[in-house]
Ligand binder design. Structure first.
Ligand SMILES: Cc1ncc(COP(=O)(O)O)c(C=O)c1O
Length: 400
């Protein structure tokens, strides 16, 4: 009898964590490495949020909380959905988890039976297919293309829907591509979804606040209110408020689903950290100027990175609408010989050679289900980004 569960054979370790680990190891050996693999803002959590946590500790808010979250945070979440997305949810229809990750996992855990299919557009965030598989479901990957700016086409969504489809996962702005769907682009997808009432929508709005220029963020229920009864709208404070380590994510949706997720969480972690929940109340209810300031900084970095990458021989980099990632193609380098003498056959070869030769750590596109591409996280200083892009240009020039 095997000791480890069969479910483990269905999952892979996270490629993004593996890249960060490799970069750390090279650094520890004294190599000059620029890490562009991590998916977290390089800013500090705003002071008012930190202060709210300190005050919560001093008030003694250090005990177990209700499983779905403290009432003050669930009220703040309901208000956020009304204020920013024009969605009507009561506090009872919301749930707070230990990061958006827990929300997603528990939504799958609460709903998936063996054979249930979950449609995941590629390129996708690495955890979606793995979570679906761990929970016994079947990931159905539907590819977008770089020509369509990595956006899923409605006909391809429709082709992927079967009687077994339980969820469609939507993520805009996207990790890893940074692509964000406009109102019309999203409406074209929701027009397909309204025809299939058995398909639920899980929208991961984690990067909502990071869109650039005059792009206007939209979420599925806002665009198609009839999806309200079969959509879970997920969000969190990690990316918008530079709070990745606080581990607070949240969602709103139909009461029956929220109750099922509450039951699972009650036998799992119970409520999220009491202190972090009070910090999240301040993040959602307090001043929002931090968000706009950081968005402007990210936009400047995106412009720099896109422009420099498009000057690298063999690289083509679309200009994404949001998040803090770019997802350039390295197709022009496939078949070339790297300075080490190795022939680059895949995007994984490309990122490995780039790291070994120039000390720049990025993540290969095949880890996100679409290549040959690679993901750069530009959540680091302009100086470092400029230096990293110069090294990428040099590496590409030296591939023959
Ligand atoms: C698309 C997407 N969804 C969800 C998450 C999870 O965020 P957290 O668990 O930090 O709230 C991440 C984090 O990288 C992400 O990129």
């Amino acid at each position: 009898m095997a000791f480890l569960a069969d479910a483990l054979s269905r999952v892979k370790p996270s490629a993004t964590i593996a890249v960060s680990q490799k970069a750390r190891e090279l650094k520890a050996k004294g190599r000059d490495v620029i890490g562009l693999g991590a998916g977290e803002p390089d800013f500090d959590t705003p002071d008012n949020v930190k202060q709210a946590a300190i005050e919560a500790i001093n008030r003694g808010e250090t005990k177990y909380t209700p499983v779905s979250g403290i009432p003050q945070l669930r009220e703040a979440i309901a208000k956020k959905f009304k204020r920013e997305n024009n969605l009507d949810y009561t506090a009872a229809q919301t749930i707070v988890g230990t990061g958006g990750k827990q929300i997603l996992f528990n939504a799958f855990m609460a709903t998936l039976n063996a054979g249930d299919e979950v449609i995941i557009p590629a390129p996708y965030w690495v955890s979606y297919p793995e979570m679906v598989a761990l929970c016994g479901g079947t990931p159905v990957i539907v590819s977008a293309t770089q020509e369509n700016n990595f956006k899923l086409q409605p006909a391809d969504l429709e082709k992927a829907i079967t009687d077994k489809t339980k969820w469609f996962i939507f993520n805009s702005p996207s990790n890893p591509s940074g692509a964000a769907y406009s109102y019309d682009e999203l409406k074209a997808l929701t027009d397909v979804l309204v025809k299939y009432p058995h398909v639920w929508v899980l929208t991961d709005d984690m990067y909502e606040h990071l869109t650039f220029g005059d792009f206007k963020f939209v979420t599925p229920v806002e665009v198609e209110p009839t999806l309200y009864d079969r959509t879970l709208t997920m969000n969190g404070v990690s990316k918008a408020y530079a709070m990745t380590g606080w581990r607070i994510g949240y969602a709103a949706g139909p009461l029956e689903l929220i109750k099922a997720m509450d039951m699972i969480q009650g036998q799992q972690t119970s409520g999220a950290s009491s202190i972090a929940q009070w910090a999240a109340v301040e993040a959602l209810n307090g001043p929002q100027d931090f968000v706009a300031k950081n968005k402007a900084i990210f936009e400047g970095r995106r412009d720099l990175v896109v422009s420099m990458l498009n000057q690298a021989k063999g690289i083509s980099c679309p200009n994404p609408e949001g998040a803090f990632y770019v997802y350039p193609s390295c197709k022009g380098l496939i078949g070339k010989t790297a300075p080490s003498g190795k022939v680059i056959e895949t995007d994984e070869d490309f990122v490995t050679e780039l790291l070994e030769t120039e000390g720049v750590a990025v993540v290969h596109g095949s880890a996100f289900g679409l290549g040959p591409n690679f993901r750069i996280s530009y959540a680091t200083s302009e100086d470092l980004l400029e230096e990293a892009c110069r090294r990428i240009q040099r590496f590409c020039n030296n591939c023959k």
